[in-house]
Design a protein around this ligand. Sequence first.
Ligand code: AMP
Ligand code: MG
Length: 481
Amino acid sequence: MDAHKGWNLQQSYTELPDAFYTKTTPSEVENPELVLYNEGLAEKLGLPTKLDPDIFGGNAVPEGSEPIAQAYAGHQFGHLTMLGDGRAVLLGEQITPEDERFDIQLKGSGRTPFSRGGDGRATLGPMLREYIISEAMHGLGIPTNRSLAVATTGEYVQREDLLPGAVLTRAASSHLRIGTFQYAAGLQDHEQLKALADYAIERHAPDLLHSENPYLSFFEKVIDRQASLIAQWQLVGFIHGVMNTDNMTISGETIDYGPCAFMDTYNPKTVFSSIDRQGRYAYMNQPPIGAWNLARFAETLLPLFHGNQEAAVEMAQEAHAKYEESYHAYWLKGMRAKLGMVTAEEQDQPLIEDLLEMMEKNEADYTNTFRALTLGSPNETSLYGKPAFTNWYKQWQARLERQETSDNEVQVLMKKSNPSIIPRNHRVEEALEAAVEEGDFSVVKQLLSVLEDPYAYTEEQEAYTELPDSGDQPYRTFCGT
Ligand code: AMP
Ligand code: MG
């Protein structure tokens, strides 16, 4: 089998004008060692189960690779900056046996022309963290880039302390970001902007190429994808942490896992990132920040929407206005499924909101509350015994009786819609500590294995539903390390 497998790389990005990328190569490292390799993903990509660790450490490039660093800009916490791949190298696009195209990118592979003051390097803990969380998101069925491999470099990287270096290899539908369009708009050259938009449409929505106004239709498509994506984040309690415009894709995949985490206790104000002091990217702000970022995207596309600026702005506003409605529809549909509802009633939303409000007031665990409802064990929620909850539970049961579903059908739907487990922060930390401090990767691998199908409700997963000892809150995550 493996004999037919291997690199099948193309580099379509270099067909764009030169301003969009710089040719570069990964920097050599002392002693690359492959510590994680995603065999399931390798299979999907058409890669063999064993590959040269030199490639994943950056000491060799695969056959057919034309490595580049991509140029992009981005609003970081509201301020527009020129960025670009400062510590990432795009090796090329792997064409899979199913004829799909995936960017293969190294992260932490040394300096590039976009590194500014940075060293271009990454450390082991955060790269393992990104691997775990992105693969967990994939297991949850949420669009995301994937993690193919982590290689340690045999070198130390200077942060606050000296930390072991590592390189992460990621696979993504593309790395086109809102920030890529902001960069293109900044070039103030209509042809270059058009080239980027045409490329993006061809790659991510080829069916729109012949529509009446492909650019406007494409904008609507990206709005819909992001509305759906962010609704899915909210439904599982995922907090991205840095929703800067350079971290928001055109494909609708989650990318750039920095200081992200899953919420334990339900609190809409939850923020994990140590750099997000104002709570700009708190859980409850993610949907409106999505809208803000999409407005920045629209601004870049105006000259393509219409030759007359006023007309273009009107078109953009009309399209942009659909985001909120679209987000809300995805969210409500998802919440109904989480509560086993297959029909739609006027009173569903207030019923959902009542539950969330009770959870917030009583500091209930988000995932475990839905898990207990799914398993028909309301006594296992921390809300049990509260009169308001007893009343709510009765209303919910009555609501389910008004639809023609058996208890079993309801439970099947709820199991598909409520993960039994999420990568809880204390479990992620425990796994990273074993790997980084003791070179023991078995804890990471075990965690990855139970997260492969979070909706499986296996016995093995039960231990992972346990909450951290109180005392390690508030949890903090760090990025850019
Ligand atoms: P991120 O927080 O990963 O989205 O990164 C934001 C920007 O900072 C991107 O342009 C990165 O390439 C760049 N960057 C982050 N860390 C480093 C580093 N250690 N060296 C060089 N550039 C970096
Ligand atoms: Mg980024």
